[in-house]
Design a binder for this molecule. Structure first.
Ligand code: ADP
Ligand code: MG
Length: 323
């Protein structure tokens, strides 16, 4: 950022100690304040990293609360690490601001710090510029050498699974610009899932152990499973009835819950494939409904949705596309 607004003081105040108070992997030799951050990848690990950019008015509503915005921005980016079976290492932040608003920055920094501390990931650098509000976060993660879970590893006959329930965050879009006082309790629960998606690090170890391919669901199940299938050159038969939706979504969207779950993004649950013999790895999670098998891969192309009679169902909405 150019000139006169106490840029370095601003960075020191709001960004020099985000996520640095908690335990995190060693290997950060230099963080915020030099020309570059210096990282040492621990022996026996691969570095994985991913960048997400959120633009005001495109990826989040104008005048969104800064604290929620920061929390969501970091959470959705962390979700990519979880989907690779990685552990958080550190992150960088590119922040474009229309003006320096200290109360906004203080809230933004607090939201970022909450999530950074929760997941033990320190902020090690970034860039601050003037312009339309845009947040770019690059997360770096670590996986044991050669164990990153790619989209391309699924094999014919693998079981397709999803974590959690789908569709809640997408349904929250209806409430995003509403006055919170007028939003029902169910609506608020959906909003929670939109603003605070949970990166599924709880599954990372088991994904590395058992999954042949994985992706986090940002654009909708059909679209994102489609990416695994395209990368793995496969088709999948998906049992529509098996797709897990929350009670809240069923109440709010009644008959539309399944369609929402198929096509709505923003949940950041994990969709993954695994060979049948790996099922015991997730036995407990499946018994508890935390992981749900929803279908099977086969030779072919694309997602095929099947109703209770095994008849193929037409998919009207294919999920969010940016262009
Ligand atoms: P340079 O001019 O050498 O590129 P900058 O003036 O852009 O450096 O930044 C100074 C220091 O502050 C660097 O260590 C940079 O990584 C850090 N920094 C700048 N903006 C941010 C930000 N939004 N979040 C975290 N660190 C930042
Ligand atoms: Mg420099």
């Amino acid at each position: 950022m150019t000139a006169g607004c106490g840029e370095f003081e601003l960075i020191r105040r709001y960004f020099s100690s985000v996520g640095t108070q908690t335990d995190h992997p060693s290997g950060i030799l230099c963080g915020v304040g030099d020309d570059c951050a210096v990282l040492r990848v621990p022996t026996g690990h691969d570095l994985v990293f991913s960048l997400d950019t959120l633009v005001e008015g495109v990826h989040f509503p104008a005048a969104a609360p800064a604290r929620l915005l920061a929390s969501r921005a970091l959470r959705v980016t962390l979700s990519d690490l979880a989907a690779m079976g990685a552990k958080p290492f550190c992150f960088t932040l590119g922040l474009t601001l229309p003006a320096v608003d200290e109360s906004w920055l203080s809230d933004f920094s607090a939201g970022l710090s909450d999530v950074a501390s929760l997941y033990g990931i320190p902020l090690v650098g970034g860039d601050t510029t003037r312009g339309p509000l845009t947040i770019s976060i690059e997360v770096k993660g670590l996986v044991p050498q050669g164990e990153a879970v790619l989209r391309s590893g699924a094999k014919p006959g693998d079981i397709v699974c999803v974590s959690g329930t789908l569709g809640d965050a997408g349904a929250a879009l209806d409430f995003l610009s509403a006055d919170l006082a007028s939003v029902s309790e169910d609506g608020r629960k959906l909003l929670d899932r939109y603003w605070a998606p949970i990166p599924r690090f709880d599954l990372a170890d088991k994904l590395r152990q058992a999954a042949s391919a994985a992706i986090d669901i940002s654009d909708g199940l059909v679209a994102d499973l489609g990416h695994i299938l395209a990368a793995s050159s496969l088709a999948a038969d998906i049992d529509l009835d098996a797709i897990p939706t929350s009670k809240v979504l069923q109440r709010v969207c009644s008959g539309q819950a399944k369609m929402r779950a198929l096509s709505a993004g923003d949940d950041y649950e994990i969709c993954f494939c695994m060979p049948e013999q790996s099922l015991p790895v997730f036995e407990q999670e499946i018994a508890q409904g935390l992981i749900t098998p929803i279908g099977r891969t086969r030779v072919g192309e694309g997602v095929v949705l099947l109703d209770a009679q095994g008849m193929s169902v037409d998919i009207a909405q294919q999920g969010y596309q940016h262009f």
